[in-house]
Every structure is written in C-alpha cells, then in structure tokens.
Design a protein around this ligand. Structure first.
Ligand code: TYM
Length: 332
C-alpha cells in the first residue's frame, strides 16, 4: 500500500513557497495515494505562539488544504494535537535518535540562531516528532519542499535504528517526494534567502490570502537585476532573483524553466513581471477567496478537523500500540 503523510505548521502567513513546494503537490497526489495531511500544531509551539492566533492559523491551514483542492472526505485532514499517538511515539523516538544526529540539523541551527541556550527543548527534538508523525501511519511517501529533506533523512535513520535495535521490520523507510519547478521558492527581496513565514518583510513573500493588488505590488517591487531575461537555463545560475521569478512562473504555468525562457528570452523584467502578476492572480486569487469563504465558517472547519482526527486516530493508535509492545511496555 502507498500512503502519503505530510504536515504544515500553523504559524501564520501561508505563502507561495508552501503552496508550490508542498500543498499543490499534496493535491496532485490524491489520485494515486491514500493521503493524510496534518496541521502540525505540536510543532508550531516549539517557538512561542499566541493561543488565539494558533487556533486561527490552525483553521487557516486546514482551509488552505481544502481551498487548494484536497478532498477531506476521500482523504484525511486533521490537526496533530488531536491524535495522541504523535506525542507518544515521539517520546519513544527521543530515546532512539542520537544527540549527534540532532546536532547536525541545519534548521535547528537557523531557528535557534545565536541564542541557542534560550531555544526550547521542543525545537531541538522537533525532527523526532516529525518522524513520529510519518511513522505512526507507516507512511511510505512524504511530499515536502527542499528544506525538509534533512528531516526526512533523519526519519529514515530513526526507523532503521528502531528496527535494528529491536530486531524487527516494523517501520518503513519513507521516501521523500520533492518535485516541481519550485521546490525552494526564494524571498522576493533577496534571491539567496528562502521565502519564509517568519521574514519580517511582507514584501518578501506572497501570502495565499493576498488580494490581486497586494500580489501586483509585491511582484512589481520584487528584486531583479538590470539585464533582460536570458535565453538559457544555465544563464540563470548566476542570477538568483531572475531564476526565482522564472521558477515561480514555470511552476504556476506548469511548464519547465526552459519553456518559460523560450517565451520571455530577451524581454525586460517589466514585461515579464506583468505576465507573472496576471498568472499569479489567476492561479492564487480563487484559492485565497475560497480560503476566506471557508474561514468565515469556523464551525464547519472544526467539524472537518474532528472527523479527520477520528479517522487518523484509527490508523495511528494500533501502530503506536504495536510499537509499545515491541519496546516492552507492559499493558496488563
Ligand atoms: P513548514 O510548515 O515550514 O512548511 C510546509 C511545507 O512547505 C514547504 N516550504 C517550501 N517549499 C518551497 N519553497 C519554500 N520557500 C518553502 N517554505 C516552506 C516545506 O518544505 C513544507 O513541505 N517540519 C515541517 C512540517 C512537518 C512535516 C511533518 C512535514 C511536521 N511534520 C511530517 C512532512 C512530514 C515544516 O515545518 O513545514
């Protein structure tokens, strides 16, 4: 059986990178896999979250999943904290993963910054919880953006060590699914930085709830270089901002970078940016509007999350129980 699991943190400002790197791929995988998509609120609180905003952001991510086209009846959408197996299995994995492995995680280093002593312990063991998310469902494939690759390798290491230590073939080695032309969308203000929810500049990212005016303004202000667009993909390598905008266009228009360049080679940025704006508004506008519509009825979103959690729990709980038996926890 092929089963997908993936998660998105409810930390506000869902953006184009989340959409092109992850959520859009979630939608496309629905035809071929059984899919479980999770709003990872336990992960969110590894850095401070205002409780009221956390609730709103949780509903917002669920709304984004559905607005993008995920069918919550055929597949599962839920929030992580509603299914206890995630936290319980994560504890077991805290005892499987080695400190040396966690010390290599680049995302912890980035997020903890200089003041590492002051980072939460949760932020440090964050990848163990992520492994628990995936393995509690025996998921075989995990669609993510490029930035999560290292965490998925750790999940494989954890599965392998657990199986080895206890002499079982219990947890699968999960395959990452990183595909499309925009697996790493960069900031619109700086082509060397990832587009991120936490960037203080609103102009660095296009949010999924931005209206047409905001999208137009942000693309108009996006950093570029003074040259016209090149003819070949190889020439984009030394031009990170151009590469990023071409990649976004390619992803949104479902073409390769080469195909987009064939259309815009030699064009000034102004003309290309206008075309990109029209495209982005056409593709993202309906999603943003549908998100707003769904979020206006929080009771309905909650109902869907509750139903999803019930179905997720039915899969995860037996896996957790088996893992506990393997470890030797007595259930008299
Ligand atoms: P999060 O919430 O940071 O991001 C959600 C998804 O969006 C992708 N992404 C991007 N893709 C392309 N360009 C970008 N600039 C960009 N920014 C974000 C991320 O790669 C991710 O796929 N740890 C995860 C959430 C998680 C998870 C899991 C994922 C928790 N448990 C289990 C998979 C499986 C995270 O923080 O994603």
């Amino acid at each position: 059986m092929k089963r997908i699991f993936s998660g998105v943190q409810p930390t506000g400002n869902l953006h184009l990178g989340n959409y092109l790197g992850a959520i859009r791929n979630f939608v496309r995988l629905q035809e071929d896999y059984e899919c479980i998509y999770c709003v990872v609120d336990l992960h969110a609180i590894t850095v401070w979250q205002d409780p009221k905003e956390l609730r709103a952001s949780t509903r917002e991510v669920a709304a984004a999943f559905m607005a993008a086209g995920i069918d919550a009846r055929r597949h599962i959408i839920f929030n992580q904290s509603q299914v206890p197996a995630h936290a319980e299995l994560a504890w077991i994995f805290n005892c499987v993963a080695r400190l040396g492995w966690l010390n290599r995680m680049t995302q912890f280093k980035e997020k903890a910054g200089k003041d590492r002593e002051n980072a939460s312990a949760g932020l440090y063991v964050y990848p163990n919880l992520m492994a628990a998310d995936i393995l509690a469902y025996h998921a075989t494939h995990v669609p993510v953006g490029e930035d999560q690759k290292q965490h998925l390798e750790l999940a494989r290491d954890i599965a392998q060590k657990f199986n080895h230590d206890f002499g079982v073939e219990f947890f699968p080695l999960t395959e990452p699914l990183i595909f499309g032309e925009a697996t790493r969308v960069m900031s619109l203000r700086d082509g060397s930085k990832k587009m991120s929810k936490s960037d203080p500049s609103e102009f660095s990212r296009i949010n999924l709830t931005d209206d047409a005016d905001a999208i137009a303004q942000k693309i108009r202000r996006a950093k570029t270089d003074p040259h016209p667009l090149p003819h070949t993909v190889a020439e984009l390598e030394a031009r990170p901002e151009a590469d990023n905008l071409i990649g976004i266009h390619a992803a949104l228009s479902d073409r390769t970078r080469a195909a987009v360049l064939a259309e815009f080679a030699g064009a000034p940025f102004a003309r290309f940016k206008q075309a990109l704006t029209d495209l982005a508004v056409a593709k993202l506008g309906p999603i943003g509007q549908e998100m707003q519509r769904l979020m206006a009825d929080p009771a309905e979103v909650d109902r869907i999350l509750r139903d999803g959690a019930r179905r997720a729990n039915a899969i995860a709980e037996p896996v957790l129980r088996q893992a506990q038996d393997i470890v030797g926890f007595l259930r008299p």
